[in-house]
Ligand binder design. Sequence first.
Ligand SMILES: Nc1ncnc2c1ncn2[C@@H]1O[C@H](COP(=O)(O)OP(=O)(O)OP(=O)(O)O)[C@@H](O)[C@H]1O
Ligand SMILES: [Mg+2]
Length: 243
Amino acid sequence: MEAVQAKDNILTIEGLNVFYGKKQALFDVSLSVEKGEILGIAGESGCGKSTLAKTIVGMNKNYSGKMELQTLDPQMIFQDPYASLNPAKRIGWQLKEPLRLDRRRKWSVAEQEERIRAVLQQVELPETLLDRFPSQLSGGQRQRVAIGIALMRSPSLVIADEPVSALDVTIQAQVLKLLQHLHDSLGLSLLFISHDLRVIWQLCDRVIVMKEGKVLEEGTVGEVYRHPRHEYTKTLLSAAGII
Ligand SMILES: Nc1ncnc2c1ncn2[C@@H]1O[C@H](COP(=O)(O)OP(=O)(O)OP(=O)(O)O)[C@@H](O)[C@H]1O
Ligand SMILES: [Mg+2]
């Protein structure tokens, strides 16, 4: 039974501890992301959400525990597209970068251009943006570019760390709709981090609530929101105006 289950997970983490020097940021974290699902990670500032994301994509090396990825190329989307994009390079250049750095295959110029056109369609941006610099785009457009960069090598797992938190509410809704659409049309598995429980409600299948570096509870969004088991979860839900 267990072996079959593990095969359906794109990511399995067991007993993960993460350290910054002597300070421990994650304690015995276990979770899994099933293929094709959207797993939400909730919890207040400082509870370790970004630490978890960065450890999964290899940006934190100081950890113990088991981490099993069924994909070689997980991609990450960050909160602030302005910080994650290179201000000095045109959008077209930045979209090509993941292809230039692709260690699995070489991309001809024609293939690169074709891939860029396909990805621009997926993130619903016009080709006229390719010659612009990040400062010449709106916040929503910049986040679409960042999502596009993440999609260039057709990842099967995307980790999005507060991807809409820096955006206006109307733009937030558009970008969430885009992520939902990309999930549906590409079969993407998504690990979606947000302190905003309303956003998690809109997008996610399951949710994990974290507190002080530990997993407090997990379940389907329906279960956890209707029957929170911990006072802390209730506090978060009521602070978000949900209960
Ligand atoms: N590079 C670092 N060096 C030392 N401590 C760090 C580092 N990055 C994070 N921490 C600490 O680890 C803990 C978890 O931080 P983390 O950024 O993962 O929280 P978060 O849940 O993403 O918070 P937020 O919602 O504000 O983004 C915090 O106590 C933080 O101060
Ligand atoms: Mg964070």
